[in-house]
Design a protein around this ligand. Structure first.
Ligand SMILES: NC(=O)c1ccc[n+]([C@@H]2O[C@H](COP(=O)([O-])OP(=O)(O)OC[C@H]3O[C@@H](n4cnc5c(N)ncnc54)[C@H](OP(=O)(O)O)[C@@H]3O)[C@@H](O)[C@H]2O)c1
Length: 331
């Protein structure tokens, strides 16, 4: 029987999402890839419990996750929540999302009222929970009036099925519109979950960070290592098989050789700071307190530990920031 490490808190700092009462560890664990039905349950359970034992109490999921077997990541997490973590439910922040495909037909995708309402019920069932802490619209649905989506999300909260609401992949004007509507309804909207890493500055240049700051909300950064690119894995070269997330396509616009050169120079800066490249990449995102948490994806306890140690040094000198900027800002 699992007993959580009594010393689990105090190592990973905790941040409020903007001015809300929702608190997250600065590093969270996501279950997007490799946590599906085709993956070894025992090994994935070990990573989830290792994370909780080290102060990671936020786990991020989506109805769509499961490497093609939609819903199977929620089911995997649900198995761990139902058995090992049941006694710790009050300590956990569990998030899930609606918006990408979950089943065939027009209500199997998107954020219509019907899709939102049935999705939360199915997610709760798979997760073996009565409520989630944070429920997201996974994407902006161009086919549905955003007011309908916002109202449905608000109703999910009023039904007691979620405590807080977030959006994800909402570009700045879309987030602005949604935030205005959430404010009218008094919905506890707290975060936008966006792609953000050293090579992808869209949330900075688009005014997203400023918007969230202005409205007392936070940013949750996904893909903080750009599929592991920002680690010591590819210092010797990037294989042709490397798959980059659609939000990070611009990273390779300068050519892969140049990216490898840049990674090596970033690695030198990280080394001077006493960090691995992955640790520096995560710490760099967290230099701004509007970033509530970075969600890492890993199947390895070793990588988890490497990443969590990022929290030991979140401070950058002006010179370090300038060196990093010169290397990473795309002209
Ligand atoms: N809202 C959205 O639309 C959206 C989209 C994408 C992701 N997300 C969320 O964000 C989470 C993380 O996304 P992501 O998987 O792209 O994150 P990521 O952490 O940037 O990349 C994960 C990859 O990095 C590798 N890795 C992690 N730590 C490492 C280390 N210290 N050294 C070397 N390699 C390392 C992992 O391999 P190993 O398994 O070998 O460690 C994995 O291949 C997802 O699970 C999901 O919850 C949300």
């Amino acid at each position: 029987m699992y007993h959580a490490n009594p010393d689990r808190y105090g190592h990973v700092p905790v941040r409020h999402a903007g001015t809300s009462g929702l608190m997250l560890p600065v590093v969270s664990l996501g279950l997007w890839q490799h946590f599906g039905s085709a993956d070894p349950f025992a090994a994935r359970r070990d990573v989830i419990l290792a994370a909780f034992d080290r102060g990671v109490f936020h786990f991020d999921c989506a109805n769509h996750y499961g490497d093609g077997d939609f819903g199977s990541s929620e089911a995997l997490l649900g198995q761990v929540l139902g058995a090992d973590l049941r006694a710790y439910r009050d300590e956990l922040v569990i998030s899930t999302k609606v918006g990408y495909e979950i089943h065939p037909g027009p209500y199997g995708t998107g954020t219509s009222r019907k899709a939102v309402m049935q999705s939360i019920d199915s997610s709760l069932q798979r997760l073996q929970l009565d409520y989630v802490d944070l429920f997201y619209a996974h994407r902006f649905d161009e086919t549905v009036n955003v007011a309908e989506t916002v109202r449905a999300l608000d109703d999910v909260v009023r039904a007691g099925k979620a405590l807080y609401i977030g959006v994800s992949n909402f570009e700045t004007p879309q987030a602005q519109e949604a935030i205005g509507l959430f404010q009218q309804l008094g919905t506890p909207f707290v975060v936008n979950q966006m792609s953000y890493n050293l090579f992808n500055r869209n949330v900075e240049t688009s005014g997203q960070l400023a918007l969230l700051r202005e409205h007392g909300a936070g940013l949750v950064a996904y893909g903080p290592l750009s599929e592991g690119l920002l680690s010591d894995r590819y210092l010797g070269g990037i294989p042709d098989t490397f798959k980059i997330h659609p939000t990070n396509q611009a990273t390779f616009s300068r050519g892969k050789d140049e990216v490898v050169h840049c990674l090596n120079q970033l690695n030198d800066i990280a080394h001077d700071r006493g960090q691995t490249l992955a640790q520096m990449a995560l710490a760099w995102l967290l230099r701004d307190p509007v970033v509530t948490s970075v969600i890492i994806g890993t199947t390895s306890v070793e990588h988890l530990e490497d990443n969590l140690a990022a929290a030991e040094n979140l401070t950058f000198s002006a010179e370090e920031l300038a060196r990093i900027e010169a290397l990473t800002a795309l002209s």
